[in-house]
Design a protein. Structure first.
Length: 367
């Protein structure tokens, strides 16, 4: 089939069509460029908050991008429509002032959202929080005074301060949210027991998730708020787990605590738990967890693998999930899957119920 137009003809048609429009809208081109830059910055910050790999676009959400693009096009449509109407009414100078004011408001919204996302992506970066507050202060000071009420209303409606606990006047402190993390996944290499004489074998991902489900059921029965960090069976990367946990922590007013459930290996026996290195808020939680574990397991002769070098029973480690989450986080190693006695206990329904009960009792005590 013969083409109606070749590429060069299409190019000429496009230029002939668009050029007059751009010429007509020339007074607003600076505002359009500013919005394009803010849009691109906002998209990049959102991708960082969502843990998107920039090169491979892993975890990229086309739905979110489509919504952001529609929002951007709506901004452009509003700006250009107002300009065209006012210009045709003979008020071009006033139209430029109005469009300028609207552009400032839209840019302010983009900046707010972008830096909120960057703070979620890099929660330990103090400089980002300082820049965020400086931009808010200086940007609002640079705005015309008649726009200040609009900015004030935006902040009241959207609560744009990530350092606040998302509380309104008269509200009580938000309830603590328990984040339950079942380590590893079905596609994680290794992480399983030997095949025992009767043909049975334990897979750590299944054990971890079953313990998490049991804890969740106990918490639900008591009306305690919780989030299962990895509802999927497949393995989820540690950066993505930490990103999810940090988002939950921020959304609940910086009032979350994380329990990461694991099965141990290495030929030992017994129970132990870990916190990050140094004195942290997680130490007190881990101490309660150790007390509950000792109360539950020690009478049966199970070894309590405690470490009192720093004055408390938990061990310390640079485990990624402990080091890169903002909320207090404790990782429990619930017996050894490569020691048959331990593994039999881990595979039994009674053993799993008791392990879940230890975590549940701990949560009840710390709330």
């Amino acid at each position: 089939m013969e083409r109606i137009f070749n590429w060069e003809q299409w190019r000429i048609i496009a230029i002939s069509t668009v050029s007059p429009l751009f010429g007509y809208l020339t007074p607003t081109k600076g505002f359009i460029y500013a919005l394009v830059v803010m849009f691109a910055f906002n998209i990049w910050a959102g991708m960082r908050a969502d843990g998107v790999a920039i090169v491979r676009c892993k975890n990229f959400s086309f739905r979110k991008f489509k919504n952001a693009l529609c929002e951007f096009l709506l901004y452009l449509f509003i700006v250009e429509t107002i300009f065209v109407i006012m210009k045709n009414c003979g008020d071009e100078n006033a139209a430029v002032i109005v469009v300028k004011s609207l552009t400032y408001v839209f840019m302010y919204v983009y900046l707010q959202n972008a830096f909120r996302n960057l703070i979620i992506a890099y929660p330990r970066n103090l400089a980002l929080r300082i820049i965020y507050h400086v931009i808010r202060l200086e940007f609002t000071r640079a705005l015309p005074s008649h726009l200040q009420p609009i900015i004030d209303r935006l902040e009241k409606e959207f609560g744009d301060d990530p350092d606040k606990n998302n509380k309104k006047k008269g509200e009580t402190k938000m309830s603590k949210v328990v984040i339950l993390d079942g380590g590893h996944g079905v596609d994680c290499a290794g992480k399983r027991s030997p095949i025992w004489g009767d043909g049975s074998q334990l897979f750590e991902w299944e054990f971890n998730r079953d313990i998490v489900r049991r804890i969740a059921a106990m918490l639900k029965a008591e009306g305690i708020k919780f989030e299962i960090l990895v509802p999927e069976d497949n393995d989820v990367s540690l950066p993505e787990r930490c990103r999810r946990a940090n988002v939950i922590h921020a959304d609940c007013g910086n009032n979350a605590v994380l329990f990461s459930v694991h099965g141990n290996a290495g030929g030992g026996t017994g129970w132990e738990c870990y916190t990050s290195v140094g004195q942290t808020k997680a130490d007190a939680i881990a101490t309660v967890l150790c007390e509950e574990a000792e109360k539950e397991f020690a009478p049966d002769g199970w070894k309590m693998r405690f470490d009192y070098i720093d004055g408390d029973p938990d061990k310390e480690s640079q485990f990624y999930i402990l080091k890169h989450t903002v909320c207090p986080a404790v990782l429990s190693e619930n017996f050894f899957m490569d020691t048959e006695k331990d593994c039999r206990f881990m595979m039994s329904d009674a053993g799993r119920e008791r392990i879940a009960k230890v975590h549940y009792n701990t949560i009840k005590r710390i709330l």
